[in-house]
Design a protein around this ligand. Structure first.
Ligand code: NAP
Length: 491
């Protein structure tokens, strides 16, 4: 493996005692190390306020890797690369100490001044940290410096602009890696390949042959321990502004002229620009919001959202959103893209269904209602793969058809677990590939679209709760498609 693909780096994690570091970042760094994608010349600096030591951090790193991956080897050599500094990000005096520690580690591990600053902390600190990293010279190291930012990126367009301004005062756009972990998922990255490497799909990928597209990302879990965060966010900010609109962009973009970051981003940005912005008075014709009531999930009764915590008692926050998105360009005019996401729904699944138009004549079904359109289903999670629904002759005499499915199950075929999204994204960041991170223009256009919804909804008290836990959301989400003579496909 050459040097370029095996980065030497000091990774500094702000928020190293938190949930994200524990569940995602430590196991991902370990897997990169084990697979040889990370040079043995690396160090990780963990920062947070609590008075941990190197040893406590190392024990926690080993524990999180044991829990996530159950490796059968001693982790001591690996965890010896981890260092802890107790650090309040708002305290000026912490930063020069951090610079000294990183400089020392660069000497010890020969990491050539390459630095990743990973902000696994609440977003209100992002601006301050970026600014201090610049002020105290931490980003001027002789190698490359990159800043990784977690979501949420603001709470609306205005706050996102403000945050972006603060970040850009310290880092260039090319140095900022905004994580949308969906973009690290194997099957999300596969959308481009399925489309642009298969003539049988790409030639039909337009309004002449596709009747509608459906994107569903459903969770069975409720708000769990994240009540405070979630109640300020809701499904629109948590899922639609980022993950759902990113999937829309990948499904609808034009083929890029090459696979460079710039070309792919530029095509995605064009799609986001072409999404029809709704007039406020039209929001309720295009979008449905919901909040879960109590219900029954696999034989267990579960409480309503408003009963999950005291502070949610009168909440008007949506735990479900469904909507119809229209893209006003030559390829997509007239094709609705329906999105749906929510908590406490009947199943945990993210999938995309492409419904093709029916043939003008199909003589092989006795009744119109039995006719089955061709569907391409892209399963993102937990199953990964694609299914193509076709019509074939029913065996026996006669000339009747029946729907059949051709399925490709990614996990079964490859026989290994796909790398965690975070592992891939961390690696991309370290090798300087920003393709699967969101550019500021994408963030801004997405906020512009969802701000209209949020603004209208903030002015009207919703009739919540309006869907039972364990269902697939409010009836209005079904009516949204029924108005256009479609229905949600479930498999
Ligand atoms: P968390 O568990 O609450 O962790 C927050 C971390 O920040 C802790 O390590 C905390 O440690 C540290 N911290 C808080 N105030 C600090 C200060 N003034 N100075 C230094 N450190 C401070 O949060 P999380 O779930 O890991 O989430 C981190 C970020 O990732 C958030 O932006 C979140 O939205 C995003 N995210 C998380 C997930 C996930 O699965 N958890 C998924 C997607 C996005 P001390 O208390 O010891 O200081």
């Amino acid at each position: 493996m050459n040097n370029q693909l095996q980065p030497k780096v000091v990774i500094t994690i702000f928020g190293a005692t938190g949930d994200l570091a524990k569940r995602k970042l430590f196991p991902s760094i370990y897997r990169l190390y084990k697979s040889g994608k990370l040079s043995k010349d690396f160090a990780v600096v963990g920062l947070a306020r609590r008075p941990w030591t190197n040893e406590i951090l190392r024990e926690n790193v080993a524990k999180s890797i044991d829990e996530a991956l159950s490796p059968e080897e001693d982790l001591e050599e690996f965890t010896s690369h981890f260092y802890y500094q107790s650090f309040d990000v708002t305290d000026e005096s912490s930063y020069s100490g951090l610079n000294m520690l990183i400089n020392d580690l660069e000497g010890t591990y020969n990491t050539e001044g390459n630095r990743v600053f990973y902000l696994a902390m609440a977003p209100e600190f992002f601006g301050t940290i970026a600014n201090k990293l610049k002020q105290y010279g931490l980003k001027d190291s002789g190698g490359w410096s990159r800043l990784v930012i977690e979501k949420p990126f603001g709470v609306d367009l205005e706050s996102a602009k403000k945050l972006n301004k603060e970040l850009r005062a310290a880092f260039d756009e090319e140095q900022i890696y905004r994580i949308d972990h969906y973009l690290g998922k194997e099957m999300i990255q596969n959308i481009e390949v399925i489309r642009f490497a298969n003539g049988i799909f790409e030639h039909l990928w337009n309004n002449r042959f596709i009747s509608n597209i459906q994107i569903t990302s459903s969770e069975t879990l409720g708000v769990e321990e994240r009540a405070r965060y979630y109640d300020h966010s809701g499904a629109t900010r948590d899922m639609v502004q980022n993950h759902m609109l990113q999937m829309v962009a990948l499904l609808a973009m034009e083929p890029p002229i090459s696979l460079t970051t710039e070309e792919i981003r530029s095509e995605k940005i064009k799609v986001l620009r072409a999404i029809r912005n709704m007039k406020p008075e039209k929001v309720d014709d295009f979008f449905v919001r919901g909040q879960y009531d109590s219900g029954d999930m696999k034989g267990k009764s579960v409480p309503a959202y408003r009963d999950e915590a005291d502070e949610l008692k009168d909440s008007n926050t949506e735990t479900f959103v469904a909507g119809k998105i229209l893209i006003d360009n030559y390829r997509w005019a007239g094709v609705p893209i329906y999105i749906r996401t929510g908590k406490r729904l009947a199943e945990k699944s993210t999938k995309i269904v492409i419904e093709f138009k029916n043939l003008p004549m199909n003589l092989y079904y006795q009744q119109d209602k039995d006719k089955h359109p061709n569907l391409l289903i892209i399963n993102i999670q937990p199953n990964e793969g694609i299914t193509l629904c076709l019509n074939a002759k029913k065996s026996g005499t006669g000339a009747l058809a029946e729907p059949i499915q051709l399925a490709y199950n990614h996990n079964a075929v490859s026989g290994i677990n796909t790398p965690e999204a975070y592992e891939k994204l961390l690696y991309d960041c370290m090798v300087g590939d920003a393709t699967n991170f969101t550019h500021w223009d994408e963030v801004a256009l997405s906020w512009k679209f969802v701000d209209t919804l949020l603004d209208v909804w903030s002015k009207n008290v919703a009739n919540f709760p309006n869907y039972e836990s364990g269902s697939m959301g409010p009836d209005a989400a079904d009516e949204l498609l029924a108005k256009d003579r479609f229905h949600w496909w479930s498999f």
